[in-house]
Design a protein around this ligand. Structure first.
Ligand SMILES: C[S@@+](CC[C@H](N)C(=O)[O-])C[C@H]1O[C@@H](n2cnc3c(N)ncnc32)[C@H](O)[C@@H]1O
Length: 332
């Protein structure tokens, strides 16, 4: 379903809403029921991103401990022109685009090379992506935007087929996937790529546990607020009665699995009612809900993942401190 964006009041922004509000409620209900009644309590991270969650994520990216955004920006500042010209891209498609802030570096490079035509952000957070698109069309007079409000976990028919596309997946969001889901995702991406398209992906690299844990537990408490906001999403969307004051944020690095885990820990023994699911969930004191995995990669594991999906690396760039990498890949 395609319609012009009312908010944009501009016919250069079109919205493809793959999921309607009812589908979204049904999916949240299913995920929360499955997640809170299984042996390990867990909720997928895509539900963090209501309007407040998206704002809090933006604030996380500005925290002194949260190096990934600065490191990835450094790489794009230096290499965006190479990434774009290697592909001869006319269109940028971006999974999990959020506020599209770093995206500008790629759009600027396409604009400077005189090839810029289109941008297709793909995100579940409709509010964030609309606001970003409205700003972008005012800044780039030649730009057509197709907003795709969708879950990138499912295969998607991406926009602007037939034109040379750079398909980007920044922010190390790939880290949120389990290794198996990450491989499935790569296979879907490879199927979407047409000959000549490029795939640009950001990987957060394995490093010292203290630096990693600080990035997910900043001193100002913004990541804690972001994590706890998930409970407000459940209270609002599913009429649950979580009391945020009885849960606390916890983040730790599991070196064996090379991943950060974020949890919400119940400080007391309690039962929570989720009215829309007609479900009572019991928590012991100290029991937690796992809310995010963030896998860290080595150059070898990143290459292995891309190759498992049928992709090959064309260019690999890291920031000056080798904390983060951006790979440009193509179909083999
Ligand atoms: C970690 S943020 C990264 C935002 C931005 N790309 C950056 O690098 O700063 C993840 C983004 O992906 C979106 N997202 C998370 N899970 C998603 C899913 N399953 N399908 C579509 N979008 C998703 C969120 O709404 C959010 O905008």
């Amino acid at each position: 379903m395609e319609r012009p964006s009312a908010a944009a009041a501009d016919d250069r922004v079109v919205v493809r809403n793959v999921l309607g509000p009812r589908d979204r409620h049904a999916e949240l209900a299913r995920d929360v029921r499955d997640g809170l009644t299984g042996p390990v309590k867990e909720i997928p991270p895509k539900y963090f991103y209501d309007a407040r969650g998206s704002d809090l994520f933006e604030r996380i990216t500005a925290q002194p401990e949260y190096y990934p955004t600065r490191a990835e920006t450094e790489i794009l500042e230096l290499h965006a022109a190479d990434f774009v010209s290697d592909v001869g891209a006319h269109v940028l498609v971006e999974y999990g685009s959020g506020s599209s802030t770093k995206t500008r570096l790629l759009l600027d490079a396409m604009h400077a090379q005189g090839t810029l035509e289109g941008y297709a952000p793909v995100d579940v957070s409709e509010d964030a992506v609309h606001a970003a698109a409205d700003l972008l069309v005012s800044e780039y007079p030649e730009l057509q935007v197709v907003i795709v409000v969708a879950d990138f976990d499912a295969p998607l028919d991406l926009s602007f087929a037939g034109r040379p596309r750079l398909i980007a997946f920044l922010g190390s969001t790939i880290g949120n996937f389990t290794p198996e889901a990450a491989r499935r995702f790569m296979v879907c991406v490879a199927e979407e790529l047409e000959p000549g398209d490029g795939f640009l992906i950001g990987f957060d690299l394995v490093k010292d546990a203290r630096e990693l844990e600080a990035a997910y537990d900043d001193a100002a408490g913004v990541t804690a607020a972001f994590n706890l906001n998930l409970l407000s999403v459940l209270n609002r969307e599913l009429h649950a009665d979580f009391d945020e004051r009885t849960f606390r944020h916890r983040a730790f690095y599991d070196a064996g699995r090379a991943r950060i885990e974020m949890h919400l820990v119940s400080e007391i023994a309690q039962s929570v009612r989720i009215a829309d699911l007609d479900l009572e969930v019991r928590f012991e004191a100290g029991e937690s809900i796992r809310t995010e995995l963030s896998h860290k990669y080595t150059p070898e594991s990143a290459r292995g993942l891309l190759e498992a999906g049928g992709l090959r690396i064309r260019r690999w760039e890291t920031d000056g401190s080798a904390r983060f990498a951006v790979a440009l890949a193509e179909r083999r």
